[in-house]
Design a protein around this ligand. Structure first.
Ligand code: NAG
Length: 85
């Protein structure tokens, strides 16, 4: 199967903080789905980003299939009530 390397491996954000997650994939893909895992272990669907850049609320993601990578930028949580990350 496909290997995924994520940096940082886990992220806990304070109110008002921003951060970026980076993933490298072992094979090229046009099917990137970002999830958030809550403290109970449940996976919450954030969004699907096949390629290019997509923005949704506080989240912006860029997937570059050829370079086998995707990033997720989480902007400051001060202004929007949800989703909480
Ligand atoms: C992804 O690959 C790039 C280029 O090889 C490397 O610099 C980066 O550290 C890698 N990131 C992760 C999360 O593995």
């Amino acid at each position: 199967g496909m290997q995924v390397e994520q940096s940082p491996p886990a992220l806990i954000l304070q109110e008002g903080a921003s951060s970026t997650l980076l993933c490298n994939f072992s094979t090229s893909t046009n099917n990137v789905q970002w999830f958030r895992q809550n403290p109970g272990g449940h996976l919450i669907n954030l969004f699907y980003i096949p390629s290019g850049t997509k923005q949704s609320g506080r989240l912006t993601s860029t997937t570059v299939s050829k370079e086998r990578r995707s990033s997720l930028y989480i902007s400051s949580s001060q202004t929007t009530p949800s989703p909480h990350i």
